[in-house]
Every structure is written in structure tokens, then in C-alpha cells.
Design a protein around this ligand. Structure first.
Ligand SMILES: Cc1cc2nc3c(=O)[nH]c(=O)nc-3n(C[C@H](O)[C@H](O)[C@H](O)COP(=O)(O)OP(=O)(O)OC[C@H]3O[C@@H](n4cnc5c(N)ncnc54)[C@H](O)[C@@H]3O)c2cc1C
Length: 483
């Protein structure tokens, strides 16, 4: 018997249980390989190999490099941040209020995924593609349980090791990593791609460029827009991190069983309509930490992560409001308006926090009662929180939706409106507010053939697994050029 899927069913607190999906074999029957690993067809020796440069070593860039390398097509990976180990020191720096704008929670080896929570669930419907990414992670050292857990989670203490093993494999297959190398220019000649240049002046010849720079590389959007490459606005979200004491969430979800050492810290997923907009939780981190995920010196961005043990005494989740492309205003900025919309909020949060990445925060009860907080509960956010009025940081329509949505959620979920529940601002980077346009079939930019926008920053993914799948898709599109 083999377990295919395992989940904890906590829908009825009085009847907690595990659900298992299993595959049963009769005597002598040999278990089939669960996740077929179709090796990509090798690049034919009769076809000249294109020079591929991948900008960004996040999940999208890494998985594109992996699939290309498996087919015998090596690439050069340009990464503005540092390798995982030195990057760790810069994360310690931002906890003390010192930000390195090229090495932080968003930038560096493995991208935003490395020191993330490492939750590996996704809304992607293509189960085969998801299983393939999970199998790759196991191949490079992740716990094999991620393949069967319904909510697989690696933890940010374990992801760096997996990434280091993945880099070793790629280097053995001819992939060249260039760390601390920031893309500055895409060089073209009569409308064809010729090379990329870094801010340090290095020029790397390229026939193909995969642009997998994530949603925080705002300079890349500016350079793409300046080069006349098509971009378009898309919807996104902004909001706050909501932090609760973990035992409060355990009581809500597990009832009398809360506190049983066999149960993992409880998870939640909530949604509502607030002032005619979607308001929902996202990236919930049981037993986690709120982290400073800023990439600019004068803006606060919060996000969440947890270690594999998930043993912090606090639970946090993004609580966000959906935005439509027209919400960004600023017609003159065209597709870049969403970036300015996010930036205004991040700067307002920074100045409300008083500098050094202390974040403005407000008790949930105070936010709903429309009064500023004068004291705050303990938090997992290391740079610290400052009591304030969240409503002053966001445009009025966001505040109205968030308040309406949270009122409705707290009515439905008894115990959620806890005295020590706190909103921390601002959560602005859950997704990209614009898209780098690509052809639906060739996946290339229609304005610059040979340029393949990929992953979350390009607007085609929304998490670690979906970004890795998008990188795979782009690699397949490139490999199909040989046939
Ligand atoms: C703290 C935190 C926790 C998260 N937790 C989860 C989670 O639990 N589960 C989940 O699914 N998702 C999580 N996410 C989101 C997830 O990390 C992203 O969705 C995913 O990493 C996107 O992958 P990507 O490859 O498209 O881009 P990214 O991972 O953003 O990678 C882009 C890379 O490009 C590099 N780059 C940018 N500009 C340049 C340039 N000009 N030159 C060279 N290199 C450049 C960056 O340094 C970066 O390494 C989290 C994110 C954060 C910040």
C-alpha cells in the first residue's frame, strides 16, 4: 500500500481526523513509479545551440535552467543578489534596520522563494506539473513527505540546502552562475537580441534571454518599458499582515483538541466581500514570523515565513484587498502606475513607522472600532512595531474594503476578533501589478523575439511552484525551437 495524499481534516472540530488517499497493490505487483520523469528530448547535435541568458535565479529562472540543462542546453544565470549563504547575513542586517538593496528577502540566490515559508501548495490545476516540481525538490534534498502532504511545506531553514544541491547539479551540467550581477541593458541589433549588459559593464552575448526577475525588480520594468517592450497593467492586491497568538487559531480550528501535541499548529483560509471587493487571507504561516521584505530604503514591505518546525508562538497571514488595473490611477504612467501605487503605500508605512523598518501596527479591535492603538501585543516582526492608525497608510477605498471584509470574517469565525490580534502594514507585494506581454504559443515577447518573460514578475505565476512550472513551460518552448 502506498499513501498518495495525506491531509488533516479539521472542518469539524469535534471530529478531527486524517484523510488518506492510498494505492493498493496485489501480491507480486510492482509499484509503478509514481511521478514519471519524462526527460526532455536532448537538443539535437545538428542544430546550433543558442546562447541562453537567464536573468534571475528564483524558481522560474532555476527551473528553466534545470529543464534546459537536462536537455543538454546550458545557460548563464545572472543574479543581482548573493549566493544563499552570504545572503543570510544581509537578512540579519535588515532585522536591525540595514537594507542591502540587492541582497534581501526578495533578491539573491533562489529568489524570493529561498527564505520564504516554502509552502508548496498552489492553485495550479496541472497536477502532473506540480508533482514534477515536488519530485525535483525531493531529488535535491527536500523531505519526501512533501509529495503526499496536501499542504506541503519545506521551511526556510531547509530551502537553502536544497538550492545549493540544485546549483551543484546545474553547474555540473554546464550552467554558469554570475552572482552580484544586475541586468542593466538588453542589447539589440536591428530588432534582434544580441547581448545583455550588467550594471558593472559586463557584456554577455545572448540569442535568448529569459527574464525571470520577480515582482520586486522595479528597475527591470523601467528598463523593459524604456526599450519599447510591451507591458500591460493587471490586477493585484494590497493589505496587511494579520498576526494572532497561535493558540488562538488552534482553539478556533481544533476546538477542545487544541493543545494536543500530535496536532500541527493550525492553519486558516478566509475570504469575504468588503465594499464590493474581494478581501482574503493569503500565504498563511502557522507558527511563523512576519519578515521585512523591503527592497527600497524608504519603504516597508512585510511578508511571512516559518521554519520547518513551525514552532513560533504566533500565526500570521496576509489579509489583502483585490485591486483592478484602473485603481492605480496615474494614466500618464501607463503600465507602471501599479508600481507607484505600491510605492506610495510602502513609503507611508515607512514614515508612520518612524524609520529603520519598524512597521506601523494596530490591534484588530481598534481598527474595526476606527480608533488608533495606543499599545500593541508582542510580535514576531523583529525590527519592531509602532502603534498607529493603519487607515492613514492606504487609500480610503482599500481601508473601507479591508474593514468591511474583516468585520464579516470576524462575525463568521468565533474567536478571530481577539484582543491580541494585530494588523501590521504594509503587504504590497503579493503579486505583480503589471505583466510583460508574451505570445500565448511561443511565450516570447511580441515586441522582441528571443525574449521570454517568465514567472511572477512577468505576471505568469503567483508562488514558488507556479513560478517553477512557468520556468519549465518557457524551457519547453525554447526546446521546441530545435524541432
Ligand atoms: C518572505 C516571503 C515568503 C514567501 N512565502 C511563500 C510560500 O510559502 N509559498 C509560495 O509559494 N510563495 C511564497 N513566496 C512568494 C514566492 O517566493 C514567489 O512567488 C516566487 O519566488 C516567484 O518566483 P520567480 O522566480 O518568478 O521570482 P523571484 O523568486 O522573485 O526571483 C527573481 C530573481 O531575479 C533576481 N533579479 C531581479 N532583478 C534582477 C536584475 N536586474 N538582474 C539580475 N537579477 C535580478 C532577483 O534577485 C531574484 O533572485 C514568498 C515570498 C516572500 C518574499
Amino acid at each position: 500500500m502506498r499513501v498518495l495524499r495525506r491531509s488533516l481534516d479539521a472542518r469539524k472540530a469535534y471530529a478531527l481526523g486524517h484523510r488518506l488517499r492510498v494505492e493498493i497493490f496485489s501480491d507480486g505487483e510492482v509499484a509503478r513509479e509514481r511521478i514519471p520523469a519524462p526527460a526532455p528530448a536532448p537538443w539535437p547535435s545538428s542544430v546550433p545551440r543558442p546562447r541562453v541568458v537567464i536573468v534571475g535565479s528564483g524558481p522560474a529562472g532555476t527551473w528553466a535552467a534545470l529543464r534546459l540543462a537536462e536537455a543538454g542546453l546550458p545557460s548563464t544565470i545572472l543574479e543581482r543578489g548573493k549566493a544563499v549563504q552570504p545572503r543570510r547575513h544581509d537578512l540579519a542586517g535588515i532585522q536591525r534596520g540595514q537594507l542591502d538593496e540587492n541582497s534581501n528577502y526578495c533578491f539573491g540566490e533562489g529568489g524570493a522563494g529561498t527564505y520564504s515559508d516554502g509552502k508548496l501548495y498552489t492553485r495550479t490545476k496541472d497536477r502532473g506539473a506540480v508533482d514534477r516540481v515536488l519530485a525535483d525538490l525531493v531529488r535535491f534534498g527536500a523531505d519526501p513527505d512533501i509529495v503526499v502532504e496536501s499542504r506541503p511545506h519545506v521551511g526556510s531553514n531547509k530551502l537553502p540546502k536544497v538550492l545549493t544541491a540544485l546549483r551543484t547539479f546545474l553547474e555540473e551540467h554546464g550552467v554558469r552562475y554570475m552572482f552580484s550581477s544586475t541586468l542593466a541593458t538588453i542589447i539589440t541589433d536591428k530588432g534582434s537580441l544580441r547581448a545583455v549588459r550588467t550594471t558593472a559593464g559586463d557584456e554577455i552575448p545572448a540569442d535568448i534571454v529569459i527574464l525571470a526577475t520577480g515582482h520586486s525588480a522595479r528597475d527591470v520594468y523601467t528598463l523593459v518599458s524604456g526599450a519599447g517592450i510591451a507591458l500591460e497593467r493587471k490586477g493585484s492586491t494590497v493589505g496587511v499582515r494579520l498576526e494572532h497568538p497561535q493558540p488562538v487559531i488552534d482553539r478556533i480550528q481544533y476546538g477542545k483538541a487544541a493543545g494536543d501535541a500530535r496536532l500541527p499548529p493550525a492553519f486558516y483560509e478566509v475570504s469575504a466581500t468588503g465594499a464590493e471587493r474581494g478581501v482574503y487571507s493569503f500565504c498563511m504561516c502557522p507558527g511563523g514570523f512576519i519578515v521585512p521584505a523591503a527592497t527600497e530604503r524608504d519603504g516597508i514591505v512585510v511578508n511571512g515565513m516559518s521554519l520547518s518546525r513551525r514552532d513560533s508562538p504566533r500565526a500570521n497571514a496576509a489579509m489583502v484587498v483585490s485591486l483592478r488595473p484602473e485603481d492605480y490611477g496615474e494614466k500618464s504612467l501607463g503600465p507602471l502606475a501599479g508600481i507607484e501605487f505600491q510605492r506610495r503605500i510602502e513609503r507611508a508605512a515607512f514614515s508612520a513607522g518612524g524609520g529603520e523598518f519598524q512597521a506601523p501596527a494596530q490591534r484588530l479591535v481598534d481598527f474595526l472600532a476606527r480608533r488608533p492603538s495606543t499599545s500593541l501585543p508582542a510580535t514576531s516582526y523583529h525590527p519592531g512595531v509602532v502603534p498607529g492608525n493603519i487607515a492613514q497608510i492606504f487609500p480610503a477605498f482599500v481601508v473601507e474594503s479591508l474593514r468591511d471584509g474583516l468585520e464579516s470574517i470576524t462575525r463568521k469565525l468565533r474567536g478571530f476578533l481577539h484582543e491580541d490580534a494585530m494588523l501590521v502594514a504594509a503587504e504590497t507585494r503579493t503579486s505583480a501589478p503589471l505583466r510583460i506581454v508574451r505570445d500565448a504559443v511561443t511565450l516570447q515577447s511580441p515586441t522582441l523575439p528571443g525574449l521570454y518573460p517568465a514567472g511572477e514578475g512577468a505576471g505568469y505565476a503567483g508562488g514558488i511552484v507556479s513560478a517553477a512550472i512557468d520556468g519549465t513551460r518557457v524551457a519547453q518552448a525554447i526546446l521546441s525551437r530545435a524541432s
